[in-house]
Design a protein around this ligand. Structure first.
Ligand SMILES: [Zn+2]
Length: 125
């Protein structure tokens, strides 16, 4: 897959490693894309594969960027039973970077709860 050139804004590499490689979670209400509503594509922070369209982004009130849909063929899922919960983990299919989790309580039945640090935003339509 051809990698897209995306913008990187002040990426914290330790936090990025914690989230994308160690499947951690950034602190809520801390991410650079939480209140970010420009038109464009949210790409993988590791390999720049296109993952989410800005039109699918909404404010879920959880403290993490949330999307009602993904560019499905670029997103993989797996079961995550850590922390005593059963959740669906989502990752980039291209590079396997952990992105966050998907829940079925969103406005269109899905809520992708994604770490800002796992994303790179590419402005445009
Ligand atoms: Zn990736």
């Amino acid at each position: 897959m051809e990698a897209l050139i995306c913008y990187t804004i002040g990426m914290d590499n330790d936090l990025k490693r914690h989230v994308c490689i160690n499947k951690g979670t950034e602190p809520p209400f801390s991410g650079q894309y939480l209140d970010h509503y420009e038109d464009g594509i949210y790409c993988c922070g590791m390999c720049n594969t296109s993952l989410f369209e800005s039109s699918e982004k909404y404010d879920s009130g959880t403290g993490w960027p949330s999307f009602s849909n993904a560019i499905s063929e670029t997103i993989g899922t797996s079961m995550d039973d850590s922390l005593g919960m059963v959740r669906t983990e989502v990752h980039c299919k291209t590079c396997k970077a952990h992105l966050g989790h998907v829940f079925d309580d969103g406005p269109t039945h899905l809520r992708y709860c994604i770490n800002s640090v796992a994303l790179n935003f590419k402005p445009g339509n």
